[in-house]
Ligand binder design. Structure first.
Ligand code: SAH
Length: 469
C-alpha cells in the first residue's frame, strides 16, 4: 500500500476541519506586475544620472499635488539644509520608521483600505501551510519540549493568527510542548492591531519581568511577547519567520560611473521648492568601498546592511540553540539593479514624494542574505512561492476547503485567492521562500560512516516535493 509521507498526514490531521473560511481581500499587491519596475540607471554623468534616477522613481500623479509638504518632508528638509545630502538608507529609515512620522509608525496600511496587500491577507491557507512547515521541522528535530515562534514585522498579525490556529488544531501533537510567540515590531500602531487580532486587545504594557514592551495571551492560550529588536528576544530553540519584512529595511544604492562607484544620496532639489531629488556622492565613500564587491558586474547595486545584520543574528541563534528560519519575500539572487519603489493606495508612488505617507520597499537580495550567514547554517532556496506552496500541499488543502464549502461565492473566493498566490504572473513567481537550517538537518552527522546511516534524514517540507513511495 502506498504510504503517505508524514507531512501529508500532518496536513490532513491539522487541516481536516474547514477552520475559518472567511473570504479575504484580493486587492493589489506590493509588487509591480510589470516586467521591470524601474529603469536601471546606466553610467551617466552625475547630474544626468541624478535626474534620471529621480524620474525613474515613477508613480501616479497625486490628488494633493506633488509638493505636499508632509511633517516628515519638513523634518527632512530641515535636516538636509543643516547637514547636506543623506544616504537612501537614512532617507528610507526616516520615512518608514521615524518614531513620530514614519509610515509604519503612523499609517502601516496593509490590507484593502491600506496601501498594499500581502499573501497572508489574501488567504488563510497561506498561514496554515507555513504553520505546517514549522510543525514538520519540529518533528524532524525530535519534538523539542520548548519552542519559540519569532515573527519579524508581523503587520496586522494575520499570519501568526493562522499559524496559531494550526497549532491549536494540532494540540494533541504539541500539547506537551511549551510554545510561546515573540513578535518583533517597531510600529506602536501595528502592534496594537496585532494585539487586537491575537489576544482580543488584552495585553500588558511594559511588563516588569521581561525584556518585551508588551505581553499578552493568545485566544488559544499561548503567551505572546512584543519587542522592538531581535536582540531583545530570549535565546532558545526558535522558529523564525520573516514575511515581507526584509524588503522594508533601508537600502544603500550605488551607481557605477566613469570615475568609479558612487553612492546615490537624497538632497533638496534647488530648482523646485520643497522637493527632493537623487544625487550622486562626488567621490567614493566608505560605503562604496565596503559594500561593492570587486567582481561586481552590474552598473547599479542596492545593499541592505540591516538585513545582513539581522540574518547574521538569526544564523548565530540557530547555530547555537537550534531551530529554523523561513524568509518569504520578493527578491532576486544578486542579479537585479534598481528596485526601490513606493506604494500608496495600491498604486506605485514616487519614492521621494510626500515621505511618510507611502510604503517604501526594495527587492531582497537573497545572495547577500546567504553570504551573511557565513556558513553558520545551511540555506535552502530561494524557490518560488508557487513551488513552495505546491510542495506543501496547497492543492490538497484547496480541495478540502472547496468540498467543505457549500456556497458558490466562497468557492469562487477560494479559487480566486489560490490564483493570486500561485499564478506565476501574480504572486506565484515573484515571491520566494528561503530557509536557514542547522547543518545537521541536511547532512547526516554519521554521513562519513560506512555503511550509510540506516535512518535517512526526513526531507525538508516545501523545498522538495515529497512523492508517494
Ligand atoms: N509580515 C506582514 C507585514 C509586512 S509589512 C505581512 O506579510 O502581512 C512590514 C512589517 O515590518 C510591518 O509590521 C512593519 O511595521 C515592520 N517593520 C518595518 N521595519 C521594521 C524594523 N526595522 N523592525 C521591526 N519591524 C519592522
Amino acid at each position: 500500500m502506498a504510504l503517505l509521507p508524514a507531512r501529508r498526514l500532518l496536513l490532513a490531521a491539522a487541516l481536516g476541519p474547514a477552520g475559518r473560511r472567511l473570504p479575504r481581500h484580493h486587492g493589489n499587491l506590493r509588487l509591480p506586475l510589470l516586467p521591470e519596475p524601474l529603469s536601471s540607471p546606466s553610467p551617466l554623468p552625475a547630474a544626468v544620472a541624478a535626474a534620471r534616477l529621480s524620474s525613474g522613481a515613477g508613480g501616479e500623479p497625486e490628488a494633493e499635488g506633488p509638493n505636499r509638504a508632509t511633517a516628515m518632508l519638513r523634518h527632512l528638509l530641515l535636516k538636509l539644509r543643516a547637514t547636506g545630502p543623506v544616504t537612501v538608507a537614512e532617507y528610507m529609515r526616516e520615512a518608514l520608521t521615524n518614531p513620530g512620522q514614519g509610515y509604519y509608525t503612523r499609517r502601516g496600511g496593509i490590507g484593502e483600505t491600506g496601501d498594499f496587500v500581502t499573501s497572508p491577507e489574501i488567504s488563510q491557507v497561506f498561514g496554515e501551510l507555513i504553520g505546517i512547515w514549522y510543525i514538520s521541522e519540529w518533528i524532524a528535530a525530535g519534538k523539542p519540549k520548548v519552542f519559540q515562534l519569532v515573527e519579524l514585522g508581523p503587520g496586522r498579525g494575520t499570519l501568526t493568527d493562522d499559524i496559531l490556529r494550526v497549532f491549536n488544531q494540532l494540540a494533541s501533537l504539541i500539547s506537551k510542548c511549551d510554545v510561546s510567540i515573540h513578535l518583533v515590531e517597531v510600529s506602536p500602531k501595528l502592534s496594537e492591531t496585532q494585539a487586537q487580532m491575537l489576544t482580543g486587545g488584552k495585553v500588558q504594557a511594559n511588563p516588569k519581568d521581561n525584556s518585551a514592551y508588551m505581553k499578552g495571551i493568545s485566544k488559544t492560550g499561548i503567551p505572546i511577547f512584543w519587542y522592538r529588536d531581535i536582540q531583545d528576544v530570549p535565546l532558545g530553540y526558535s522558529f523564525y519567520l520573516a514575511h515581507e519584512f526584509f524588503d522594508a529595511l533601508p537600502i544603500h544604492k550605488f551607481q557605477r560611473t566613469e570615475k568609479g562607484w558612487r553612492e546615490v544620496l537624497v538632497d533638496i532639489d534647488p530648482e523646485v521648492p520643497d522637493q527632493l531629488r537623487f544625487v550622486l556622492s562626488p567621490s567614493s565613500t566608505p560605503a562604496t568601498e565596503y559594500f561593492i564587491q570587486p567582481e561586481e558586474r552590474r552598473d547599479h547595486v542596492e545593499v541592505c546592511p540591516e538585513a545582513g545584520v539581522i540574518i547574521q543574528r538569526l544564523a548565530c541563534r540557530i547555530e547555537k540553540d537550534g531551530g529554523a528560519a523561513l524568509v518569504a519575500d520578493y527578491g532576486h539572487d544578486g542579479t537585479k539593479t534598481d528596485t526601490f519603489r513606493g506604494f500608496r493606495n495600491h498604486r506605485l508612488h514616487d519614492v521621494l514624494r510626500a515621505p511618510g505617507t507611502a510604503d517604501l520597499t526594495a527587492d531582497v537580495d537573497f545572495s547577500y542574505l546567504r553570504k551573511m550567514t557565513e556558513g553558520r547554517t545551511a540555506t535552502l532556496g530561494p524557490i518560488t512561492q508557487r513551488e513552495f506552496l505546491k510542495n506543501m500541499g496547497i492543492d490538497l488543502r484547496l480541495q478540502v476547503l472547496l468540498q467543505n464549502s457549500c456556497d458558490t461565492a466562497t468557492q469562487e473566493q477560494l479559487r480566486h485567492s489560490y490564483d493570486m498566490l500561485m499564478n506565476p504572473k501574480k504572486m506565484g513567481d515573484c515571491f520566494n521562500f528561503f530557509a536557514l537550517l542547522p547543518h545537521h538537518r541536511l547532512v547526516h552527522p554519521d554521513k562519513e560512516q560506512k555503511p550509510e546511516p540506516k535512518s535517512p534524514l526526513p526531507p525538508i517540507a516545501g523545498f522538495s516535493e515529497l512523492l508517494l513511495k
